[in-house]
Design a protein around this ligand. Structure first.
Ligand code: MV4
Length: 446
């Protein structure tokens, strides 16, 4: 087992990783920017190294500073968390070459899933269902037009280097194809340095369902069931729950098996998430695979009683898994508490937290790095806490969430708490009737 892990991240996830390391008897090294001197991850780690100024590209994305920090502190592994360098194959490679274990998949796994058209092709070959579309990227616009006609409008034009909706366009008819194709390509070229596109049939009002998987170094893969992440605004998830109110036991088995097949197809090592679109008739299609621990991992932990960070560390250290799948024993919901003003278009709201009282009690978990007197920095992600409830039924998990949201007192900044209070009382949400379109028609006014 590792003796010392450097955490190449900040905020709640850095703290989350430190907690598991402590429980496993592993020493921890925090890295931080000058803006994060007073952060809890710095306080709770055994050692801390300043790696640069506030800007991410000079600190949390600064590969050479991070590797140097690992070398001077004698860390034998690096945990990247999510975001920042978590899906940077070059970083994973540099770690491994420096003799520091990257806690995550092999660089090739990151590359194979990072290129969306390649991932799609790999899934087709593995027999995992994908949305009808092109075999790979299309270079020639005339060929692309013919392909769109063959697939049938409406179609989605997608950047192979894309993610989070960037470089993606919905095209309703042939007359609009050329304009959208060029816009998507230009957007992708400037955002990712790669303007290559592929085409898929548009799935209307889909559910976003993702399957958590884990694979060891010896080819064993298991799944840990689904998370429903359909409650999103502009590709930002706000609420996740498991089990999904839309997924039947039979579908859970089928999607779980498909996710395992997807991971096995690339001999995947580590924890990961296979994302699917599910249409109204409960047909499911592979969308993307995330090769990292995700923000919403705690809801899975709560319903199957499993520490996913511990599992990640064990897998990286060469411990084998049994290969048996896990199914939910409870119901869990996560609300992302962001420093944003929901009455002003979710505008970021950094600043000093003057009052902080976090909820507690049975079945309530709060993962956060914030506290009274902490200053939310404008340089980073606006998520300041994850409020998670767990109960035997969905109804109880919602009641608990309503109660916990009422108890949560944060003053000095605006937060997404008012949004969550409204959502947890919405009749359609309570019925479990929602898709990725839900928030488009959701009104929040004072
Ligand atoms: C789609 C789709 C409908 N049909 N692909 C959005 C982000 C990127 N990862 C893929 N996305 C979508 N791909 C086809 N063929 C609809 C979306 C989509 C979406 C997906 C999941 C969650 C929220 C979403 C919001 C808008 C569009």
């Amino acid at each position: 087992m590792f003796k010392k892990i450097l955490i190449a991240n900040r905020g709640e996830i850095a703290l989350r990783i430190i907690r598991t390391c402590k429980e496993m008897g592993i020493k921890t090294v925090a890295v931080y920017s000058t803006a994060d001197e007073n952060s809890l991850h710095v306080r709770f780690a055994d050692e801390a190294v300043c790696i640069g100024p506030p800007e991410s590209n000079k600190s949390y994305l600064n590969v050479h500073q991070i590797i140097a920090a690992a070398e001077v502190t004698n860390a034998d592994a690096i945990h990247p968390g999510y975001g920042f360098l978590a899906e940077n194959s070059r970083f994973a490679k540099i770690c491994n070459e420096a003799g520091i274990k990257f806690i995550g998949p092999q660089p090739e796994h990151i590359d194979q899933m990072g290129d969306k058209a390649t991932a799609r092709k790999t899934m087709i070959e593995a027999g995992v269902p994908v949305v009808p579309g092109t075999d790979g990227i299309i270079k020639d616009i005339e060929v692309a037009k013919k392909e769109a006609q063959r697939i049938g409008y409406p179609v989605m034009v997608k950047a192979t280097a894309g993610g989070g909706g960037k470089g993606m366009r919905l095209v309703w008819a042939a007359e609009e194809f050329e304009k959208n194709w060029n816009n998507a390509s230009n957007e992708a070229a400037s955002a990712f340095g790669n303007g290559d596109l592929y085409i898929e049939k548009f799935v209307e009002e889909p559910h976003h369902i993702e399957i958590q998987i884990a694979g060891d170094q010896y080819g064993k893969v298991c799944h840990l069931s689904e998370r429903d992440c359909s409650i999103q605004r502009r590709h930002q998830k706000l609420v996740e729950e498991t089990p999904s109110p839309f997924i039947t036991d039979e579908l859970r088995q089928k999607m779980g098996d498909a996710a395992v097949k997807a991971a096995q197809a690339i001999n995947y090592e580590g924890v990961g998430t296979v994302e699917f679109l599910v249409d109204k008739n409960r047909n499911f299609f592979f969308m993307e695979m995330n090769t990292r621990i995700q923000v919403e991992h705690p809801i899975t932990e709560e319903v199957i009683d499993f520490d996913l960070i511990k599992e990640q560390i064990k897998i990286a250290a060469g411990v084998s898994i049994s290969g048996k799948n896990y199914f939910p024993n409870a119901h869990s919901i996560e609300c992302r508490i962001n420093a944003e003003d929901v009455f002003n278009n979710f505008r970021p709201s950094p600043g000093l937290i003057t009052t902080w009282h976090s909820p507690g009690g049975h079945g309530v978990r709060v993962d956060t790095h914030a506290y009274a007197g902490y200053k939310i920095q404008p340089y980073y992600d606006s998520m300041i806490a994850k409020l998670i409830t767990v109960a035997q039924t969905r109804e109880e998990a919602i009641s608990k969430m309503q109660r916990a949201l009422d108890e949560f007192v944060i003053e000095g900044i605006h937060t997404t708490i008012p949004f969550h209070k409204k959502l947890m009382n919405d009749p359609d949400f309570i019925k479990g009737e929602y898709t990725t379109k839900f928030l488009e028609n959701f009104k929040i006014e004072e």
